[in-house]
Design a protein. Sequence first.
Length: 510
Amino acid sequence: MKPLQRREAWLAALWLFAWLAATAWARPLTLPDEGRYVGVAWEMLQSGNWAVPTLDGMPFFHKPPLFYWISAAAMSVFGPHAWAARMPSILGAALAAWSLWLFTRRWDGEREARRAALILATQPFFFIGGQFANLDMLVAGCISATVLLGAHALLLAEAGLPHRRALLAAYAMAGFGVLAKGLIGGVLPAAVFIVWLLASRRPALILRLVSLPGLGLFLLVALPWFVAMQLRYPGFFDYFVIYHHFQRFAHSGFNNEHPFWFYVPVILLLIFPWTLAVPAVPRQGEGDAKPSVTALMWSWLAVIVVFFSLPRSKLVGYVLPALPPLAWLIAAGLCARQGRLARMVKPLAAAAALLCVGGVVAAVFYTPHSARPLGLALRELRGAGDAVVFLDRYPYDLPFYARLPAPALVLNDWRNPDIPKHDDWHKELYDAGLFEPATAARQLVGREALLARLCAQPASWIVGDRAQVAAEPFFSGATEVKAVKDFSLWKLPRSGVSCPGTPSDGSAGR
């Protein structure tokens, strides 16, 4: 790439990043997802243990660590702000849009590249996903870069041009995709390539994508963390790979069950107003100087949507990797047409940008699931050494907003055999505790253990609803400090606890 081209490429990356990050500070973290993943990153930063992600001090192996590493690193540099905690998603979105711009610029032209990047970056689904602190946009960015680098390498090879560096970069990016969200980071790009080359009747080219040095680079990036966790926690492989990849994919009974066709209307609704341009989308080979590129985008879109439509449990963010090829197809259709459709680009882009920003503004004033007010109150009032107790709940974002230096105690009946049967926060903490039972015994407490801990602290802070606090006799000395919707923050001084050996427990003088 020439110096002028490199300058333009970096300017494009800067503009995309600035657009995606500009409003990331405005709204609070939402529960459960943003609070959960930022909470894990916050614990990583506080503990200094960057190897093992933890939830309430216990190993949390639902996902690999790349999101937590980036989020914790950003908070360490810029401070513990919501926008810094969302940095992995911002970077993932910027990577996807920038990769699409670079690829399209090389193989279709500057006009098509600008339109594809503009359409992608202003899709409300993509824009909000780029500011939502969970793993979906980060892995979407890695998958997008992997697919586009691999396709770029293959097109270069077909043209007789040097292609090995692009292919190695694709393998490395696939490794980062695995570190972002597991096996799909490598499996989905491979499926896209296979479907693409079969659909375009070039199956022999599949072997051109096989690279032993690339495979070595992929393993060098992806494998060490998994090996380290398996050596340290012998049950890691069974839990992370077998349970979270295969059993959860194949079985029902998890949250968010939806029909097979769920993602089609979701995508069309959430990319509005670009939905109005979908009729312009070309069929394979239509209006494209390189029919194989159109086939790539259709194959990419189909693989992502079909793959995530197969399991009954579906979350909206899973199909974010389908948005870059859809943006390319819309851009290709608009560039190939004249008349009314061709004139739609500017008004649609303006309307889409307004919807993107408007969605963030609406979330500023309406965030129904957030413990931010309680966290800010606790940050201001909590003294050094005070215990924090979550009463039959786990507000994931509260440790971040309260700047808690250590995990909270969580009161519940942890011997209840129904806990592992329900896909909720109880099970997450219960599963995490299985990897370190001694830590679980300290953090996940019953009534008797909690009373002993409260008696050892100068003061305690209780997070729970009024009915639960009133139902526990040893919380009778607590004072409500802050309330938001269905739960409150209470201060409990040690003098308000009926501790063994004190006059208030009825044992004095015996």
